[in-house]
Design a protein around this ligand. Structure first.
Ligand code: SF4
Length: 226
């Protein structure tokens, strides 16, 4: 394939980025949104100061074959890269399962990619109507909602993840969860936010066990992380 896949980093072995699988995570450059709590600002530009050669990554994966089970494309926003489908084809032809982390800013691209991924981690930012309060981009909620609908309809295994930022009040979080349930989402993870020093930023919702138990009833799987 052409060498126009801009890779900002690789984590060669993780147990948390594709549930139940040992995986390698490839972080692709580029993101159209500017979330308040973004920890990957160096990935927001699609043009990196330095990009890891794709051939080197394929060589790394070849060495790990038989040990690593899956390759996860993360970001940034991986759907922003035109060469993503080719890259997925490369790792799939090596026998790896494919995971995708996305926030769904490009539903048209997601629709073209879904047939070749095995699992998706879908980041949910806020109530769809008020997405821009987190992403700082107008109409981001409409795009995310459309993507999530496509994902539900596809039948592909996925998890919706909400990073609970301190600016989100409890009624808003409850509203997000109800929106997800009404769209047919079955698996949700509420993730604790971290500050720039990677310390957990506590939020009152994580102390409200009764509310969390109540919310968990909306889903088949409901996880708390952080
Ligand atoms: S979608 Fe992800 S990578 Fe993009 S700005 Fe938000 S947190 Fe950062």
């Amino acid at each position: 394939m052409e060498k126009s896949l801009f890779v900002g980093g690789v984590v060669s072995l993780t147990t948390i980025d594709y549930p139940g699988h040992l995986s390698t995570v490839i972080f692709l450059q580029g993101c159209p949104w500017r979330c308040t709590y973004c920890h990957n600002r160096h990935l927001q530009s699609i043009l990196p100061t330095e990009s890891l050669p794709w051939e080197d990554i394929l060589n790394l994966l070849a060495i790990r074959k038989g040990f690593v089970e899956a390759v996860v494309f993360s970001g940034g926003e991986p759907l922003m890269q035109e060469r993503l489908v080719d890259a997925i084809g490369d790792v799939r032809s090596m026998g790896f399962k494919v995971g995708l982390h996305t926030a769904g800013p490009f539903p048209n691209v997601l629709a073209k990619v879904l047939h070749c991924v095995d699992w998706v981690g879908f980041d949910v930012k806020y109530t769809f109507e008020n997405y821009s309060q987190i992403t700082n981009i107008q109409d981001s909620g409409a795009a995310a909602k459309e993507s999530l609908k496509l994902l539900v309809e596809s039948g592909i295994a996925f998890e919706a993840r909400i990073t609970v930022h301190e600016s989100m009040n409890i009624p808003s979080i409850v509203e997000i969860l109800k929106e997800l349930s009404s769209l047919g989402v079955k698996t949700v993870a509420l993730q604790k936010c971290r500050d720039k020093c990677e310390n957990v930023v506590e939020h009152a919702i994580f102390s409200d066990k009764l509310l969390l138990e109540d919310m968990s009833k909306y889903f088949d799987n409901f996880y708390i992380r952080g």
